[in-house]
Design a protein around this ligand. Structure first.
Ligand code: CP
Length: 316
């Protein structure tokens, strides 16, 4: 798919999606994902329809056997089957509820759509963000001349005033390990470790490539010798549902901001972030506006990797 995305980026165009339609269910806001899927479908002759349940589309219930006497007007079993009659692909963005990770980690919304749909379903960010990780890897391959193997990839937690989704962090860790990078996860303490499902997947990929995944809470050690710094903020999983208890700890961690001094410790590393990014909270202006920053290239690549995903799933 990355090779295909590269060809698409180089200008390969056609009408392969003529007569094809994509249904995009957005339970959360988006700039890049929504725009790039809509434009990507159109560039190859197809169309996309965006639906925001509860805001212009009916609110949806998910539980099997539920008595629907609340706010929800229809069940995912009807939604997914009806959209499957109209569309050739369904995309779903559904962030965790951030109340109980044991429930959120089941990825209930995405799985419910997939259970009832009769067309392929794409994850547009739930508890992982596969489209983002492909765009990141395409950008890394471009910047490292195709040679990402063995490069030191640092995923650093950064401060944000709110607890955010772990999806991008999970995906970044896995794709870097899968492609043979030497991965370091820098986070403030053990509370900010990612779900073992993703840590273990990354470790298994790294081992298969003769590499390692190192976890550290030491900022200097993490940045030292890095070839790539990827920043993301996320909520500490043990504090899901009781964020008021996490806040005092989080508020002491503003020094995890990515700044020029930290970037100087690296081996001339590139920097990126999935965006949106809060300037001078997560990353300084100086880093975001430096030639090392490849966040806009990564964002552009969303368009091309998504066309490659759609081709894989819609064109026989
Ligand atoms: N990175 C990303 O998924 O951006 P959006 O939330 O704007 O879609």
């Amino acid at each position: 798919m990355l090779d295909d995305a590269r060809s698409l980026k180089a200008g390969l165009r056609g009408n392969e999606f003529e007569g094809k339609t994509l249904g995009l269910l957005f339970f959360n806001p988006s700039l890049r994902t929504r725009t790039s899927f809509e434009i990507g479908a159109r560039q190859l002759g197809g169309a996309a329809v965006v639906l925001e349940p509860g805001k212009g589309a009916w609110p949806i219930a998910f539980d099997p056997g539920v008595v629907m006497d609340g706010d929800e007007e229809e069940h995912i079993s009807e939604v997914a089957r009806v959209l499957s009659r109209y569309c050739d692909l369904i995309g779903v963005r559904a962030f965790p509820k951030f109340a109980d990770w044991s429930k959120d980690r089941e990825d209930r919304v995405l799985r419910a759509v997939a259970e009832y749909a009769t067309v392929p379903v794409i994850n547009l960010e739930t508890i992982s963000h596969p489209c983002q990780e492909l765009a990141l890897m395409l950008a890394l391959q471009e910047k490292f001349g195709g040679q990402v193997d063995g490069k030191k990839f640092v995923l650093t937690w950064t401060y944000h005033p709110k607890p955010l989704n772990t999806a991008v962090a999970n995906s970044a860790l896995m794709i870097a390990a899968k492609f043979g990078m030497d991965v370091t996860l820098l986070c403030p303490n053990e509370e900010y470790l990612l779900d073992p499902r993703y840590m273990d997947a990354a470790r298994a990929s790294a081992a298969a490539n003769g590499r390692t995944v190192t976890v550290t809470h030491d900022i200097d050690a993490a940045y030292r010798g890095a070839n790539m710094v990827y920043a993301k903020s996320w909520g500490a999983i043990p504090y899901f549902g009781r964020w008021q208890d996490e806040k005092p700890m989080r508020d002491t961690l503003k020094h995890f901001i990515v700044d020029e001094a930290k970037m100087k410790k690296t081996d001339g590393a590139f920097f990126s972030h999935c965006l949106p990014v809060r300037r001078n909270v997560k990353v300084t202006d100086a880093v975001l506006d430096s030639p090392a920053c490849i966040a806009i290239d990564e964002a552009e690549n969303r368009l091309h990797v998504q066309k490659a995903i759609m081709r894989r799933l819609m064109v026989p």
